[in-house]
Structures are given as C-alpha cells and as structure tokens.
Ligand binder design. Sequence first.
Ligand code: DGP
Length: 112
Amino acid sequence: MDCLFCAIINGDIPSNKVYEDDKILAFRDINPQAPVHVLVIPKTHIPSVDGINEENSSVIAHIFETIPKIAKSEGLTSGYRVVSNCGDHACQSVKHLHFHILGGSQMLDRMA
Ligand code: DGP
C-alpha cells in the first residue's frame, strides 16, 4: 500500500519522533501550524476517523490515553487542541488516521 505515514512508521521516510510504542507513533508535523504541532498515528493502517470500528478502537483509546502525556512532555500547560480531519470537506490530505496536537500559543475560538 502506498501510504506516507506507513512509510514513516516503517522508517522508510524519516520523521522527528516525540513518542513511540508498539501501537502508536507521534512525530512533529512537517508544516507546523502552531509552536507545538505533533501528529499521533496508529501503527495499523486506518484511513480516517470513518474507519474506526469495534475491532480497531482500542488503539484509539490508547492514543487518547497517551495524548495528555505527550502534551505534558511538550510543555502544553495552558491547553492544546486535538484535531482529526476526516475526508474532503475537512481537507484530510494524508489518508492514514492522525490526530493533530496543536498548542504553545493562544488560539482563535473559531473552529472552521
Ligand atoms: P491533514 O491535512 O489533516 O491530512 O494533515 C496531514 C499533515 O501531515 C499535514 O499537517 C502535514 C503533515 N505531513 C505531510 N507529509 C509529511 C511528512 O512527510 N512528514 C511529516 N512529519 N508531516 C507530514
């Protein structure tokens, strides 16, 4: 399968890792949109939020258990935003489920 984030998981494409375990990987976004911009991905290929189901949802729980730890290690003591773009209307550009952690400065209260 031709998937950019699978290639990052496999080490075929380098990334700036901030967290890794047997189920998930977190690395810095190549085009940061905030002082801290980290992507958290499952190591299993799930195309988007739309692909989450009963069989694979335990990794999503694990991602959300780990996000606060990553936020703490990144010094995001004043809050942060977690975003997952799903599909064309949301401008999802990489079809491997990922959660953006954005923080490090005051954000606008508008979401879209
Ligand atoms: P989205 O638009 O939600 O699908 O976000 C995809 C993000 O992936 C986007 O913010 C840029 C990031 N990205 C794309 N290619 C690479 C890459 O090769 N390395 C890293 N670290 N990030 C990438």
